[in-house]
Design a protein around this ligand. Sequence first.
Ligand code: LLP
Length: 420
Amino acid sequence: MTSDFEYIDGELYVEKVPVKKICEDFGTPVYIYSHNFIRSSFFEYKRAFREIDPLICYSVKANSNLSVLKIFCSMDCGFDIVSSGELQRVIKVGGNPSKVVFSGVGKTEEEIETALRSRILFFNVESEAELRKINEVALRLEQKAPVAIRVNPDINPDTHPYISTGFEKSKFGIGISKAMDVYKNASLMKGIEVKGIDAHIGSQIFDLSSFSESISKLIYLAENLSRHGIQVSYIDIGGGLGISYESEEKPPAKSEYAKVFEEYLRDTSYRLVLEPGRSMVGNAGIMATRVLYIKDGTSKKFVIVDAAMNDLIRPAFYDSFHRIEPVRGIDLESSDVVDIVGPICESGDFLARDRNFPAVSSGELLAVFSAGAYGFVMSSNYNTRPRAAEVLVSGDRYCEIRARETVEEMLKAERIAEFL
Ligand code: LLP
């Protein structure tokens, strides 16, 4: 965390606004993001990569709130999308489709058509069947579809198996050994224009050698393609740079990360494309929640809070660690080993397990850190729980950028069948 999330006189602030104030105004659970943090992350990328000036395409899936996208848009950032829903979001905030790359293993015909009509930069194609479909739609629209083939470089970085995507058995991309044939076919298709090569090896990666291996394989392929008369302009390396969830975790600096690519690309004409998500917004947000009850179980103590796995699924889903601290300060004397759990009827509904935690009481506010990426976007209505509010802070200003859902809104699309 940076000074955008700071304890001042024993109270947690996001920029210049006390978290307590936001919770009083909008209730809990609530996601709170720092405008300054997001801007700084982007400029840190720009600075680190200034020598090769890549196209940075923020990965919308990490946090797709319109205000968050607007921040990126105002810095002239590109976007990595995985659905036409995400494309609509980008267009709604004034994003430039010519800086949009479209990834994902299952693009529908409608999505392909929408993206073609919007004139995106290129599709990251994940299979031969998808390539044929894109060709077909492009011919129907009398266009040439710009594509990069997502290759699977067969690298297994040291990260959670659910977020590792570049090894041979994963559903993503086309095996690198097959790629040459696919490119040759693509170059013969009348509705296809080959633009680039793409890979994304996974997420929350600390080991720079995995990225180095990936870029070297992509460049090798690009050179090979060139020998066969197929020229690519873009090399898209995906996202994946890790962030620190625990203070002891030390992810590589962006400048170190940039060096990996500079070394390979400095003397080439390929334009690098990056698709960072977590490393842009992960530590730009917290989720604030209120303690409902303290329960002394037979062998365990539980802190029961009003946020649950439907609000932040990462601990339940990946057993991931999120730092949690009371909003009223961290220098509290007594501590206990507790599980911090939500109200949902699942044993997997926890935010922290066996955590050394200061004594807190009912009504107290807690901050769950590093919740800016894959937090709200992965939330659900399980147990008919309305999704949390989202608030953006900028200096001493703050704004509710997504209202807390209501039960009425949740039930709106449902019908009682007339034969009942
Ligand atoms: N590009 C592609 C094609 C991706 O699939 C992803 C993430 C990214 C870029 C952005 O990766 P990042 O820079 O954020 O690592 N829900 C999981 C993470 C899933 C990542 C999915 N793909 C979590 O909460 O850890």
